[in-house]
Design a protein around this ligand. Structure first.
Ligand code: HEM
Length: 503
């Protein structure tokens, strides 16, 4: 398409220049309004559609872009490319949030704070979607929805309810660790810059030798921990509902870039079997004396998004998004979250939410997902939309295969569905159907139908596709194969030779 000429005149969404942006077209100066003033309709209709569903939790938040820089070599634990060299920088986007309040709620509520980071790595986007606390209220994802209901509004009064909260907590002693942290002054941090962040769950790291260790992520604020007391938080709520948003935005605008030091705790798989607590239980921490913090790098935020809705409201973080060298763990809560977040994103932002600039991987994205509402990335153009195929050059790179995971007394892995004897016999049953069940007439018709259907194969790969399919027919039944080949005008002998059959 030719380079469009830009101008700065007022236009409709379709680019029509128009003049009247304040007066509707009316029958005489007193009205009524004419239906033909579609510009009025367009303005009103788009306005009606401005809101998208707010996040079901963590609705109120603030975000910024920045960089993560490696300061210490951890390649003995992970082959993840973002950690492969001291000094390496990776662009990131971070979003901090409260949990229970709506999009318009106060930043200073007593609540955990979300601490979500998207790393735009060359091997895809890695999302670490944590909180400012190392533990959580429940240890099974089945309990999450019930728990969150108690943090939201009472169905009758439509008000927050201490009764619901303490009813739930008193019935669920596994919450106590997190409740204690929440009730301390860490439950009311002074903005987002003065709090630590945690991946909270146990995750995996996998090194170049495909050895797995388990890790916990800790982000230590370089600004120092600062909290409000209960009274200070209440006063700030009365004064500025958006205290944390303003604080982060202004600090970055003023060039006072907040930083966090990333550290990890590491546990070997052997140790994970021996420790006297469940290392995959999200209500427990790992003792620092036994599993000391190891330096990794520093995260700095230095760029406010130009448009809040575009980048912060539409940001979508998913714990499922890991990259080569990083992995999950058996933590049940993590397992539940792997499914829940992309599901929430499809509902909140639509099936193609990964194409929104803040969510888009700036490196390669190659797959066979197509179509859906708001598909705007070229949709694969003329390339095939299925796999495997004989046309494109999208490759599977086996060096990215994640190693199997020894769990309890069995192994979790991607087992080849055709690897066992019998599983890979695709010919005996069709052979029996053709030879022993079909009548002569059914056999003849089937062969004729196959010839007709395969005659439709065209294009530069015709012979390759025809011969590959003939192979299968021959393996099923030689006569079937010969007759189909004859019907398609294929030289049977040369096909048989290419298949390794000899007459
Ligand atoms: C089974 C347990 C959990 C479930 C089912 C769950 C579900 C959700 C859902 C549906 C969202 C909204 C996502 C969106 O619309 O973009 C969300 C947001 C979030 N959750 Fe969870 N959550 C769980 C536990 C946790 C835990 C344990 C943490 C922290 C360790 C956490 C941290 C966050 C954060 C930080 C956000 C906001 C992300 C952002 O800034 O966009 N969640 N969660």
């Amino acid at each position: 398409m030719a380079e469009e000429k830009k101008h700065n005149k007022l236009t409709t969404a379709s680019g029509r220049v128009y003049v009247e942006n304040e007066n509707s077209k009316t029958v005489g100066p007193k009205g009524p309004i004419l239906l033909e003033d579609y510009i009025l309709h367009e303005k009103m209709a788009h306005f009606n559609r401005e809101r998208i569903p707010e996040r079901v939790v963590h609705a109120k938040g603030s975000g910024a872009y920045g960089t993560f820089t490696v300061t210490n070599d951890i390649t003995q634990y992970t082959k993840a490319k973002l950690f492969n060299k001291v000094g390496k920088k990776t662009r990131i986007f971070a979003r901090f949030s409260t949990v229970g309040g709506e999009k318009g709620s106060a930043d200073t509520e007593r609540d955990p704070r979300g601490f979500a980071i998207k790393f735009y790595t060359e091997d895809g986007n890695w999302d670490l979607v944590g909180n400012n606390t190392p533990v959580f209220f429940v240890k099974d994802p089945k309990k999450f929805g019930d728990f969150i209901h108690t943090q939201k509004r009472d169905p009758y009064t439509n008000c927050k309810s201490a009764t619901m909260m303490w009813d739930f907590w008193s019935l669920n002693p596994e919450s106590l660790h997190q409740v204690l942290i929440l009730m301390s002054d860490r439950g009311t941090p002074d903005g987002y810059r003065h709090m630590d962040g945690f991946g909270s769950h146990t995750f995996s790291m996998i090194n170049a030798k495909n050895e797995r260790v388990y890790v916990k992520y800790h982000f230590k604020t370089a600004q120092g921990i600062k909290n409000f007391t209960d009274e200070e938080a209440a006063q700030m709520k009365a004064k500025d509902m958006d205290y944390a948003q303003r604080d982060l935005l202004e600090s970055i605008d003023q060039g006072n870039y907040p930083k966090w030091n990333l550290k990890i705790q590491v546990m070997t798989v052997e140790q994970s079997k021996k420790v006297d607590f469940n290392p995959f239980d999200l209500t427990k921490v790992w003792p620092h004396a036994e599993f000391p913090l190891i330096d990794v790098g520093v995260m700095e935020l230095h760029q406010n998004p130009d448009n809040y809705f575009q980048d912060v409201e539409q940001a979508a973080f998913a714990p499922a998004h890991v990259v080569d060298g990083l992995g999950y763990s058996p933590d049940k809560m993590l397992q539940g979250r792997l499914l829940s977040y992309p599901d929430a994103h499809r509902y909140r932002l639509g099936a193609n939410y990964e194409q929104i600039p803040v969510n888009r991987c700036p490196y390669a994205v190659n797959n066979y997902q197509r179509d859906g509402a708001m598909r705007i990335d070229g949709n694969g153009g003329r390339q095939p939309n299925y796999w495997p195929n004989s046309f494109d050059d999208i490759k599977v790179d086996e060096s990215y295969r994640e190693p199997s995971e020894q769990l309890e007394d069995t192994i979790a892995d991607w087992y080849d569905r055709n690897s066992k004897i019998g599983d890979n016999d695709h010919y005996s049953q069709p052979r029996a159907l053709f030879r022993d069940v079909m009548t002569q007439e059914e056999q003849d018709n089937t062969i004729k139908n196959v010839i007709n259907a395969m005659s439709g194969i065209s294009g530069p790969k015709r012979d390759e596709i025809v011969n590959r399919q003939l192979c299968h027919w021959f393996r099923m039944d030689e006569e079937f194969g010969s007759r189909v080949a004859g019907g398609l005008g294929v030289d049977v002998n040369s096909v048989m030779e290419s298949m390794g059959f000899s007459h």
